[in-house]
Design a protein around this ligand. Structure first.
Ligand SMILES: [Zn+2]
Length: 253
């Protein structure tokens, strides 16, 4: 089978100097293609460098809400014209850390990047933490469904799932879906249509079972596939095939 990790950070210093090793580890568990996600100037540049050097890697570039104040539109527009860059991300809202930067700043930078995505017909990878209400409103007001919107590491319940599906989003699950204490995410995975489903690791974060508590790596997308297969009661091969094809569709590969 072939698995696509649609959101991972091989550009993180946790993997520095060991890119080939982690690509090889991934291949052993059938994870054969990955999207490397940027979040600020430094990580965007490294995502592009990796995608230029390894055929199975693609890059997304963008300014994560945590780095909203450093947003550089000119750089973003130049970078998304590179052939290795397949989308804009991760961008979004994060109200978890005492709302710093302020929500108004986060929203402004998110919307500016969404406008660029629309203009250049690029998909976006959305980071949303403790901010579903504001995110829903922004996505509703700025229809990007034609370019493609991925809700990365979705951890919402059935109610939020249905609202985001109605807006035409792609729903991507990380290791959280394998956690025993996330019943609402299991329920959402079970009810996400196969033609809207994506899988990811968000490595080095969010390590899935059975390795929770250890360092994460792209190879473990395999365990995300297994967890979703269990909740949907279909084979891992089916989940892998659909999510692989969906990833190619949303990233225009
Ligand atoms: Zn991420």
């Amino acid at each position: 089978m072939k698995i696509f990790d649609t959101h991972t950070h091989l550009n993180d210093e946790a993997f520095a100097g060991k890119t080939q090793q982690f690509i090889d580890n991934a291949k052993e568990l059938d994870v054969v293609e990955m999207a490397i996600i940027g979040s600020n100037e430094e990580f965007n540049i490294e995502a592009i460098r990796l995608a230029q050097n390894y055929q199975s890697l693609h890059a997304l570039v963008g300014w994560h809400p945590e780095f909203a104040k450093e947003y550089n539109e000119e750089q973003l527009v130049n970078q998304i014209k590179l052939p290795e860059v397949v989308g804009i991300g991760e961008i979004g809202l994060d109200y978890h850390w005492e709302e710093d930067p302020a929500p108004e700043i986060q929203k402004g930078v998110l919307i500016q990047q969404m406008d660029i995505a629309k203009q250049y017909n690029m998909p976006v990878s959305i980071h949303c933490r403790d901010a579903f209400d504001d995110m829903y409103q922004i996505l509703k007001d700025h229809d990007l469904s034609k370019s493609g919107i991925i809700m990365h590491s979705f951890n919402g319940d059935l109610n939020w799932l249905n609202k985001f599906l109605d807006l035409g989003l792609w729903i991507s699950y990380s290791g959280v879906v394998s956690f025993k204490n996330a019943p609402e995410v299991h329920e959402s995975a079970k009810n996400t249509p196969l033609d809207r489903l994506l899988v990811e690791t968000d490595a080095p974060y969010l390590t899935p079972e059975p390795y929770r508590g250890h360092a994460n790596q792209p190879a473990y997308t395999r365990y995300v596939v297994d967890a979703i297969a269990k909740y949907k009661d279909i084979s891992p091969e089916d989940i892998a095939e659909h999510t692989f094809n969906n990833a190619h569709q949303v990233y225009n590969l």
